[in-house]
Design a binder for this molecule. Structure first.
Ligand SMILES: [Zn+2]
Ligand SMILES: [Zn+2]
Length: 351
């Protein structure tokens, strides 16, 4: 059973399954060009995903060997995982924004254990309790070589330059830099009339930036080597980046959005407004929590997640506290919260 949708105008999507993941699948888009089909994202590196992708291409009337190029919205394994295998089977180029390509390179070159010791230092600094740190410390001391996920992912060989048209025969596909979910996330604007004559300016491949029913995770994406010892709320402002990227996309006036998960939808501007409101509400809610000083860890414990804190796994708590810290950075940037002088681990309070 292949899961192919014809979106018209030389655009198809293939539902490529993600193993053991509530997201279910990645929508890999296939764009016909004068030099052969180009994939937008590839799917998770997994045999079933590979079989689904190749069967989907067969069903469209092409084949994996015909793929001319691969455009990656961001480096996450559900998007970039199969890129290397696609390149091997077809000789296709792989294009990615420089900021995400740098993460891929850094991950491949990291010494074993780098990630684990970064995590331990980081979680200590944000106030994680001993019971959370103990298993990590045991792993570091035991010399266990946990490596970063996605270690083997393919190095891209082309750069996606923000604002420029990609070099695709017979198509107008413009790269829109949308940092936030990752530093080098891009959306791709197909600046061609909608094949169903929907009103608006073309179609947008939105990756994970704009999804119809999910608010994407916004984490920190620190360089494990560079981040050691930095104060928790120092560094970049990924939530601010993300909100700016949302406004950018909202202004494009596209007719239809083709996201990398869930389903295609219209009214991009309405969805952008919902997400902006959601984030404003969340920041306001956090300020209430910060009436008393809290560490990033304590803030994460008190924030609203998709399930109670007690049911959140060790690994997901690490992601949650990274998101809490991203929110703290935003509040500090806005002058709505500040670090309490002399606190250790550092706490934050609303101002
Ligand atoms: Zn992602
Ligand atoms: Zn994704």
């Amino acid at each position: 059973m292949t899961q192919v949708t014809d979106h018209g105008g030389g655009v198809h999507s293939i539902k490529v399954p993600i193993p053991d993941n509530p997201l279910g699948h990645t929508l890999v888009h296939v764009l016909d060009t004068g030099r052969g089909p180009v994939l937008i994202d590839t799917g998770w590196d997994d045999p079933e995903a590979w079989d689904t992708l190749t069967a989907g291409l067969d069903a469209i009337g092409t084949g994996i060997g015909d793929i001319h190029g691969v455009v990656i919205t961001h480096h996450h394994p559900d998007h970039h995982g199969l890129s290397g295998q696609v390149r091997e089977a077809s000789g296709a180029w792989i294009a990615m924004h420089a900021a995400d390509a740098a993460i891929v390179r850094r991950t491949r070159e990291a010494r074993p254990g780098t990630w684990l010791s970064y995590l331990l230092t980081k979680l200590t600094a944000v106030g994680a309790p001993e019971e959370h740190l103990a298993p990590l410390r045991a792993a570091v001391e035991g010399g266990r070589m946990r490596t970063l996920p996605g270690l083997r992912s393919a190095l891209p060989d082309r750069e996606i330059v923000p604002g420029e048209l990609l070099d695709l025969a017979g198509r107008r596909l413009r790269a829109i830099w949308t940092p936030g979910h990752t530093p080098g996330h891009v959306c791709l604007h197909l600046e061609e009339e909608h094949p169903g004559n929907l009103p608006g300016r073309g179609r947008l491949f939105s990756g994970d930036h704009l999804l119809p029913g999910i608010s994407p995770h916004i984490g920190l994406y620190e360089d494990p080597d560079a981040a050691q010892g930095a104060a928790p709320a120092a560094g970049g402002d990924p939530i601010g980046d993300y909100l700016g990227s949302l406004e950018h996309i909202g202004r494009l006036g596209v007719a239809e959005v083709l996201p990398a998960h869930q389903y295609a939808f219209t009214d991009a501007a309405g969805r952008v407004r919902e997400l902006l409101d959601h984030h404003e509400e969340r920041l306001t809610g956090l300020l209430k929590l910060l009436a008393a000083p809290l560490t990033p860890w304590e803030l994460a414990e008190r924030m609203e997640w998709n399930r109670p804190w007690e049911q959140i796994s060790h690994g997901s708590r690490n992601i949650a506290v990274s998101e809490a810290e991203a929110h703290l950075r935003r509040l500090v940037r806005l002058g709505r919260a500040e670090a309490v002088a002399g606190s250790e681990p550092v706490t934050y309070i609303a101002v």
